[in-house]
Design a protein around this ligand. Structure first.
Ligand SMILES: [Zn+2]
Ligand SMILES: [Zn+2]
Length: 348
């Protein structure tokens, strides 16, 4: 056991502060990663605030981790010292259930082990990426290809795979009309990936404030949902809509934008239930769906895809001392499009 420097929330809703947390010794199949960058995901803030239920404190958030392997256990075969690697939203799972067997560990029936605010298979709490080092089983570590900077790669481990997985599952590609709702940390990766997959991409954003950005990121069209005329104008226009907004939206209005057989996939999680009128689904054989991150195999596929297409996240790099300010700015939607902590400056 070694203590490592980290930024942690000492209790629910409290500002994060510099501290140390224990990391387990490097086991047979473990990899020790010297973390270079950690992205700040909106769900980090939700978990610190206990918006999603009772949490464990102190909490070291961070599940968008990129770094370099600095030590490997004797049984490790997938990685070597010096490799560029990443860790996403989970660091273990039961490895035996039908979903783990299928490589969909994010849907592990026994419950995947969250990278932070989780309980490891050793019974101890897990601590995330706002820290200098992390120890992870090699089977839950991703390789980051040359060609993507570790800083712009970090957000791919959550934001990237959260969009890549549904876009692939619902066959976004040439001839498909895809709308991305919300142009934030998740949405901006959705635009980039859907465009690289060859789909016709539309951004549906509250206002036209980010229109120039959206088009530059690869969108073909950009519409303001704050303008009520938009929903009439675009009725029946999309094969696939991916909703990245974590506040409640009028699902019935968005279902009206789908073409026959279209699907509205939600990747954001509002705290309150959203009412759905069944007629909005029945008229047009439409589907309302959800999707959560992706499995290890698909996450690796996403990283390889992004490297091959020169895609990374649009980032603003900050120091450890700026984390609390970044939290405030994320809640005010004042970031284009992802904060990434430079771990070398964690204590400055
Ligand atoms: Zn996340
Ligand atoms: Zn499982």
């Amino acid at each position: 056991m070694a203590n490592v420097t980290a930024y942690a929330a000492p209790q629910a809703k409290a500002p994060l502060e510099l501290t140390t947390v224990p990391r387990r010794p490097v086991g047979e199949h473990d990899v020790l990663i010297e973390i270079a960058y950690a992205g700040i995901c909106h769900s980090d803030i939700h978990q610190v605030n206990e918006d999603w239920g009772t949490a464990t404190f102190p909490m070291v958030p961070g599940h968008e981790i990129a770094g370099i392997v600095s030590e490997v256990g004797p049984g490790v075969t997938r990685y070597a010292v010096g490799d560029r690697v990443g860790v996403g939203c989970f660091v273990d799972s039961c490895r035996e259930c039908v979903n783990c067997e299928a490589g969909e560990e994010q849907y592990c029936l026994g419950g995947m082990v969250g990278t932070y605010n989780g309980t490891g298979r050793d019974g101890g709490p897990t601590y995330g990426g706002y820290s200098t080092h992390i120890v992870v089983d090699e089977n839950y570590v991703l390789g980051i290809p040359e060609g993507i900077g570790l800083d712009e790669a970090a957000p791919l481990l959550c934001a990237g795979i959260t969009l890549y997985s549904p876009l692939k599952h619902w066959n976004a590609g040439p001839g498909k009309r895809v709308a991305i709702v919300g142009l934030g940390g998740l949405g901006h990766m959705g635009v980039k990936i859907a465009h690289a997959l060859g789909a016709e991409v539309t951004v549906l954003s509250q206002s036209l404030a980010k229109q120039a950005d959206g088009l530059k990121l690869g969108a073909d069209h950009f519409h303001a949902t704050g303008d009520p005329a938009t929903f009439g104008k675009l009725a029946g226009s999309f094969d696939l809509i991916v909703n990245t907004v974590s506040a409640n939206i009028d699902l019935n209005a968005y279902l009206g934008l789908l073409a026959t057989d279209g699907t509205l996939v939600n990747v954001g999680a509002p705290e309150e239930p959203s009412p759905v009128a069944m007629f909005a689904l029945i008229g047009g054989r439409k589907s309302l769906a959800g999707s959560m991150i992706g499995g290890i195999r698909e996450t690796q596929e996403m990283l390889d895809f992004c490297a091959a297409h020169g895609l990374g996240a649009e980032i603003e790099v900050i120091s450890g001392g700026q984390i609390n300010e970044a939290y405030r700015r994320i809640q005010a939607s004042d970031v284009r499009y992802r904060f990434v902590i430079d771990i070398a400056t964690l204590n400055s």
